[in-house]
Design a protein around this ligand. Sequence first.
Ligand code: 3PG
Length: 212
Amino acid sequence: MTLSQDIEQLKQQVRAARVIPVLVLDDVSRARPLAEALVAGGLNVLEVTLRTPNALAVMAEMARVEGAIVGSGTVRHATHMRQSEDAGCQFMVSPGAPAYLLEDAQSVSIPLLPGVGSPTEAMAAARAGYSFLKFFPAEALGGVKVLKAFMSPLSDLEFCPTGGISPENMGAYLSLSNVVCVGGSWVAPADLVQKGDFGAIEKLARAARQGG
Ligand code: 3PG
């Protein structure tokens, strides 16, 4: 099956950025300065999780920042998908890949990066047309070793590992030929966001952009 959304464009964008910050933010007033700091540090593809009451407003604010490519994370049903589109998101990420979600994603214009944790899930997603997948939760599932083991039997699939990625292990993931980018929350720690220390966040972003 072929998807109508432009997943190749998203893949190019995240390959260039290498790291997708995974953001959990409720305070809308912090959205713009946070996105600006991350973009200034070289990380322009941002995943805003739908885990806070104001997540959609946060996305909408971040989507207005020049150079930012904003996606929604923790997408779990069709309503999330429509809300993500309306908020100006350019892509969506889900923690899992149930058949209903893969099907629902066909009715929105922006691409979905579905989460998988096993060969069976990856094969089901591939059959539904998805060849670029989030591997989640990466470290807990065996990390680099598992992705290496996927390479030969699932040679047509590429991954964005997320969950437990850090400056220490990101290089090992990014050196794998089936890894396009990694995702992680470490570039925007809650305490720095709360303090409004966006200079420190820009530094973390720059370090991540340069490899850890
Ligand atoms: C998440 O969905 O929370 C992401 O996988 C981020 O995980 P991390 O906090 O381990 O980077």
